[in-house]
Design a protein. Structure first.
Length: 367
């Protein structure tokens, strides 16, 4: 167990996962945190990270900081995604080793698995086939981080554990329509669609003031606002507001409430050690010691979009643009390893979406 006053560094504490980890730690009575924003500490800066670890000497590290985004962002900013994630990981993991961190948990992604991996995906399907092209650079970076943890454990005796979360959603998610993941993008687009059909311009302006789209804010002209909404697939077609979504809606996805990701990650930090995971040794090979974190339950993009439509109370239409890519058709984690270690999810998708939408609308009002 970890002492309640142990010094804990949560890298990425204001993001979707990092904020959930911090909230879980606080709820469990931990009190001694060292936190830095991106402005205060650039984790891609090797010298700055070295100086930070030498000065602060954290005992436990949660590496939740990352360059993240949805299918469009991953495919567009390929160089940034591989460079920034590799630099963040290399710096934090290596400095954790040099400064004798007792334990580190590295947050990866289920996109590390091959595009055509058998479903559900077990940890042992890693590196058994080609990756999905659109997020290949990001996936390669995350595989490198996983292997760095594993390799340091084997060579240096560190206790660095890699966990691979499924698709996450929740509070403090990224709702930037240029870079967001699929679920927050759907929720925001449907919300704006509802506002447009109700002529709720005050709410549209409020939303754009909190999260401008390509520089268009609530203070922009109505013409500019309508143009940017239309560019992102939110527009009136006749008398009906239509929201465009990429692909056929047929791909199946697994979604995990972000706070449960935080709880699961803290559980791993408190209860699991690296050599507990080395229960399958192929000859002299120690590999695939990472842990999938998810629900083990899947839903189609179309069904989740219709669920969002119902929760938001949008009466317009959803148009699935089949000229746009679907990505991998099925992506479901095998979470039997995590379940066997003693953790299982509790929040189902409908309940999580209701919580997420309530938070989103309240955040817009307060900010």
């Amino acid at each position: 167990m970890i002492e309640k006053n142990a010094k804990i560094y949560v890298a990425g504490h204001r993001g979707l996962v990092g904020s959930a980890i911090l909230k879980s730690l606080v709820s469990k009575g931990y009190t001694n945190f060292v936190l830095r924003t991106h402005q205060e500490l650039d984790l891609t800066d090797q010298k700055a990270v070295s100086e930070f670890f030498a000065k602060e000497k954290p005992e436990y590290v949660f590496l939740a900081a990352a360059k993240v985004g949805g299918i469009v962002a991953n495919n567009t900013y390929r160089g940034q995604f591989i460079y920034e994630n590799l630099m963040i990981q290399n710096n934090v993991i290596h400095q954790s080793y040099l400064n004798n961190v007792k334990k580190l948990v590295f947050l990866g992604s289920s996109c590390i698995y091959p595009k055509e991996a058998p479903q559900p995906m077990t940890e042992n399907t890693l590196l058994t086939g080609p990756l999905e092209y659109t997020n290949e650079p990001y996936a390669i970076a995350k595989i490198a981080g996983l292997k760095m943890c594993e390799s340091y454990n084997i060579q240096y005796g560190t206790n660095f554990i890699a966990v691979m979360p499924t698709n996450l959603y929740g509070l403090n998610d990224n709702f930037n329509l240029e870079t967001s993941h699929v679920l927050p993008a759907i929720l925001r687009k449907v919300h704006l669609g509802k506002c447009l059909e109700n002529n709720a311009w005050d709410i549209i302006e409020q939303d754009l003031n909190v999260r401008p789209i390509e520089g268009v804010s609530g203070s922009s002209s109505k013409t500019e606002i309508l143009e940017i909404l239309a560019k992102y697939g939110i527009k009136k077609v006749g008398d009906v507001v239509q929201v465009e979504l990429w692909g056929s809606g047929k791909p199946m996805r697994e979604f995990l409430w972000s706070q449960e990701m935080g709880d699961a990650t803290v559980f791993v930090m408190e209860s699991v050690n690296f050599f507990d995971l080395v229960d399958v040794i192929h000859g002299k090979e120690i590999k695939n010691t990472h842990i999938n974190i998810g629900t083990g339950i899947e839903i189609s993009i179309k069904d989740v979009a219709n669920l969002v439509k119902e929760i938001v109370e949008f009466s317009g239409s959803l148009w699935f643009n089949t000229d746009k890519p679907d990505g991998t058709m099925r992506k479901l984690s095998d979470v039997s390893k995590l379940n066997s270690l003693g953790w299982q999810h509790q929040v189902e998708i409908e309940d999580g979406l209701k919580l997420m939408y309530a938070w989103y609308t309240e955040y817009n009002i307060l900010n």
